[in-house]
Design a protein around this ligand. Sequence first.
Ligand SMILES: NC(=O)c1ccc[n+]([C@@H]2O[C@H](COP(=O)([O-])OP(=O)(O)OC[C@H]3O[C@@H](n4cnc5c(N)ncnc54)[C@H](O)[C@@H]3O)[C@@H](O)[C@H]2O)c1
Ligand SMILES: [Zn+2]
Ligand SMILES: [Zn+2]
Length: 377
Amino acid sequence: MRMQAAIMYEQGKPRPYATSKPLVVEEVELDGPGPGEVLIEVAAAGLCHSDLSAIEGIRPRPLPIVIGHEGAGIVRECGAGVTDLKPGDHVITVFVTSCGSCRYCVRGRPNICSSGNAARQAGTLLSGAKRISRLNGERINHGSGLSLFAQFCVVNRRAMVKIDKAIPLEDAAIFGCAVMTGAGAVLNTAGLEAGEPIAVVGLGGVGMNALFAAVAAGAEPIIAIDTNPEKLGLARQWGATHTFLATDPDCAEQVKAATGGGLDTVIETAGTIKAMEMAYAVTARGGRVVSAGLPAADAKFSYLHGALVSDEKALIGSYMGSCVPERDIPRFLGLYRRGKLPVGSLKSGFLPLSEINAGFDRLADGIVLRQILRPNG
Ligand SMILES: NC(=O)c1ccc[n+]([C@@H]2O[C@H](COP(=O)([O-])OP(=O)(O)OC[C@H]3O[C@@H](n4cnc5c(N)ncnc54)[C@H](O)[C@@H]3O)[C@@H](O)[C@H]2O)c1
Ligand SMILES: [Zn+2]
Ligand SMILES: [Zn+2]
């Protein structure tokens, strides 16, 4: 079938993106779903900082590519062997397609599936196929096994979770990355318990979900840190007990003074080395940093090794919030329904495909949380 898609041919184009157009909206051909695959009409797709990092070129991608990894849509056709979904079903997409049988999947860690990771690097679906091509026949790579910056996508059955049709798809989309990553970092990777103190460094779409989850889990105190004073105001409104401006030269000292020497759990959700240094600095002796931010692929974080040992600090990575999507998406939707994950309040407007580049200018300016692309208007 023919559809419109936003293709990235080149990484690292200059700003403003509204002028340089790193994403080129074009008519392309989409193959039908192969065995175990599903055709989805993309109803809503969030603009995430990971997409921005791909546009900036600080995280390399196979080119040309259709990116977009946070979304929700409607099933339009099921490939052979897909018997548990039918046209019309609503789904949230999952940006790590898991195989179900590698050493990570069998240990309950589908978020770090080795087959899913290999397919992502190769720009294919889990089957090895590429389903999008230009009208001249050139094959286009898939971003995260999904390619959601398009009107439709063909993806593996394991790259989605069916949801209740009562949930607005514009809110549902945000669960596909920001909620799983932010809430999952707090509730899964950190396994936060009620009454435990926590800090969140970096209050974007991902960090605000970490904050919501900390409030839902009964964390106390909840420290929120960002370079942008406006994000601090929102964090206070959404349950942070204390906020600190990361650009204050003595920010880490202020946090330590307010918390009797730092926090036991610090979540880093900014994706910069400076933020990681802040997170490490405000972690108490015996505490842990859970890092979900994704800086440039070659960025290195360093620390005093001796102090790591004598302070017994721990550094933990968190990919897709250590989620098992079939388990956690329903769990997080339950919190959302009860008002504990007010994900809808993160929406900073809607965009058609034709405005996607300007949307990334706004994300780079740090003035928005989650902008929602509606590729079908
Ligand atoms: N681990 C995962 O699975 C996963 C999934 C999605 C996104 N990410 C990554 O998470 C990060 C956040 O994504 P997002 O979409 O929420 O981004 P965003 O741009 O919406 O938010 C980033 C926030 O960090 C703040 N910030 C920047 N530098 C800071 C510093 N030095 N100290 C404190 N705050 C600082 C910004 O002001 C902004 O509020 C990105 O690096 C993204 O690539 C990781
Ligand atoms: Zn993302
Ligand atoms: Zn696997």
